[in-house]
Each structure stands twice: as C-alpha cells, then as structure tokens.
Design a protein around this ligand. Structure first.
Ligand code: COA
Length: 333
C-alpha cells in the first residue's frame, strides 16, 4: 500500500500529567491583588492553582508528564518517532520546547517541534499527530500540552492573574490494532479576526522586548473576558457537535465530556447546549485554574486514572483559546 493511500486507525496508548508542588489559593491572591475568594469562586469556579518553581521550566513540566504517559503506554522514549509540544509559554522563543523535551527523555529518534494554538494546542497536536500516523509517516507520537503561565501573567492585573496556573499533560498515540480503541473524529477551527481579545502583545516582532514595554507589562496576558466568554461557548458547542455527528454518536452514547478548564460557567453552558448532564462532564479547574494547552491534557489523564471511563467508552474532548482557536475530538477508548 502506498503511503498516501494508507489509513491506519490511531489510538491513545497512555496518558500522563504533572503539576508543580506549590499551591496558590484564592486566599493567597487576596494578599497582593484586590480580589476575594468569593469573587473568583462565583465567577470562575477556581479555588487554587499550581505555580512552578523559579528553576522549573515548561520543558521540565512537559518531560515529567511525558514520562508518565510513556510508562502507561509501555513504551521506551527511544522508540518515539514524533514529539509535538503545544505551548504559549515556551522555555525559549527558539529552539522549540519540544527539543528540550526530546533531549530530557533521550528520545533520540524522534523529530520534535512546538505548535502555538493557545488553549486549543493539545487537540491541534492530537489532530496533527493522528494524521501523521494514519497516513503511515510515523507509527507513534508523543503529544504534550505544557505551560508555565505564571511567567507570562501580570500579577497586578486582577482581571487575568486569578485565572491561570502551571502544569503539563501528555498522551502517547500509536497505530491501533483490531479490537483496540481509536480516535473517531477530530475538528479544528480558527478565527483570526479575534486576535485582539486575548493575547500577549509584547515580546514578538511586532513589539520587541524593551525595558519600556516590560515596564508597561506588555509581555503579559491581556484579555477581554466577556467577549472571550461568548465566543468560547459558541465555538465549543459547534466543534463538539461536529465530532459527535462525524463519529456517529448520540448524546446518550457519550460516557464523558472533557472540556477546556477555563471557567465553570462556560463548562456549564456547554453541557447545557449539548444536553449532557453535569455528572458526565469532567471538571478539575477548581484545583488548577486555566493551564491553557495543558488543561484538557491534564483533565484527560486525571479522568483516565480515576476510572471515569474505560476501554470501549466514547469520550469527547473540546477546547477553545486565543486566536481564537477551537478544537474537539471524539474518542473510543
Ligand atoms: N476580583 C474582583 N473583582 C474583579 C476581578 C477579580 N479578580 N476581576 C475583575 N473584577 C471586577 C471587574 O473590574 C468588574 O468591575 P466593574 O464592574 O467595577 O468594572 C467586575 O468585576 C465585573 O467584571 P466582568 O468582566 O463583567 O466579570 P465577568 O462576570 O465577565 O467575569 C471573567 C470575568 C474573566 C471571569 C469572565 O468574563 C470569563 O471567564 N471570561 C472568559 C475568560 C477565559 O476563559 N479566558 C481564557 C480563555 S482560554
């Protein structure tokens, strides 16, 4: 069979996640920014988040999550052929964080690169890796969502700093054999007209790093929360519906929906619009806040390891983020 004509089914063989040890609670935030636990909890559902140590970088978080995913998949790093890291908080602008991870793991045979799709990055990576495996180019891939957002948050801006946290989640994808699970359908979308509502304006070629723009906090996350909220709900609803339909599923067939962990009110709105009861929707943002590309990957790993779904169950992952970007995947585990 020619490579172009090949269509191999692809499965998730292992998941892993890592959260830094340091916990920052809402009460901790109250000490240095004008906010309250009551405001953060009622508007977002977040109670605490993790903050990486000064000498702990995105690649370190990613490597720790990856090792767990490899272990669960029963695979050696030396067997990996492809590593994709989704992040908006890379160790360095270049080289890619994935290169540090490749070295840390000793995955010498893998090609490695980053993608930047903000909170949608892990599911963008899933679609790219799935396609690379299904067309025969690679037999396996490690995809990682990893963020040290604490380095890119303006800790004086209560509109944003209460929302985000650090962490990493990973999954090993490989060709699926007869009787094993598979990724049933994937969907991605982008609306570049919305770049202004959620961004880090400084530090790139448009606004290079200078002491003036560092002082103006331009190298930090900025957001119009209300606009993001409205667009997020619509985008996630449509993306979920597409993969549910393409996978031939009805809402009742779905064991668990794992949405991006940004805001409990957004998650509730999605559950409502998809007609999925709340108990079938996974939530862990109370513990970690929004970890951008890592969030859905960490949630997938936690849901998997706590038995929220089993072999043969159908699950739906759905995300949105800066760009705007959005994505969804329907998976038979
Ligand atoms: N503590 C206390 N008050 C705060 C606050 C905080 N941490 N952050 C904002 N406020 C204030 C605002 O200043 C505003 O005060 P004002 O009315 O005097 O101007 C008030 O609370 C209401 O702000 P508003 O923006 O209307 O609140 P909201 O109900 O829209 O909730 C978000 C704000 C950010 C929680 C909400 O819009 C949201 O979650 N949006 C989506 C963001 C998101 O998911 N981003 C990540 C995308 S991947």
């Amino acid at each position: 069979m020619s490579e172009i004509a090949s269509v191999y089914p692809v499965m998730i063989a292992g998941t892993g996640s890592y959260l830094p040890e340091k916990v920052m609670t809402n009460a901790d935030l109250e000490k240095f920014v004008d906010t309250t636990d009551e405001w953060i909890t009622s508007r977002t559902g977040i109670k605490e988040r993790r903050i990486a140590a000064d000498d702990e970088f995105t690649s370190h978080l990613a490597t720790k999550a990856a090792k767990k995913a490899l272990e669960q998949a029963g695979m050696e790093a030396s067997d990996l052929q492809l590593i994709i890291v989704a992040t908006i908080s890379p160790d360095t602008i270049t080289p890619a964080t994935a290169c540090y991870v490749q070295h840390n793991l000793g995955a010498t045979e893998a090609i490695a690169y980053d993608i930047s799709a903000a909170c949608s990055g892990f599911l963008y990576a899933m679609k790219i890796a799935k396609r690379m495996i299904s067309d025969g180019a690679y037999e396996n891939a490690l995809i990682i969502g990893a963020e040290k957002l604490s380095s890119f948050v303006n800790w004086e801006d209560r509109n944003t700093c209460v929302l985000f946290g650090d962490g990493a989640g990973a999954a090993v994808l490989r060709r699926s054999e007869e009787g094993e699970g598979r990724i049933l359908a994937t969907e991605m979308g982008t609306d570049g007209a919305q770049t202004g509502i959620l961004n880090i304006p400084g530090g790139g070629s448009a606004c290079p790093t200078t002491s003036a723009n560092v002082n103006d906090k331009l190298a930090s996350l900025q957001m119009s929360g209300r606009e993001v909220f409205k667009l997020a709900v619509n985008a996630m609803k449509k993306a979920s519906e597409k993969v549910i339909e393409r996978a031939g599923l009805a809402p009742d067939d779905i064991k668990l929906v794992i949405p991006h962990q940004a805001n409990l009110r957004i998650i509730d709105a999605i559950a409502d619009r998809l007609a999925v009861p709340n108990e079938k929707v996974f939530v862990n943002l109370d513990k970690y806040g929004n970890t951008s590309a890592a969030a859905v990957a960490i949630a997938l790993d936690e849901a998997h390891r706590t038995g929220r779904f089993e072999r043969g169950d159908k699950i739906v992952l759905v995300v949105f983020g800066a760009g705007l970007t959005w994505a969804a995947s329907a998976i038979e585990w």
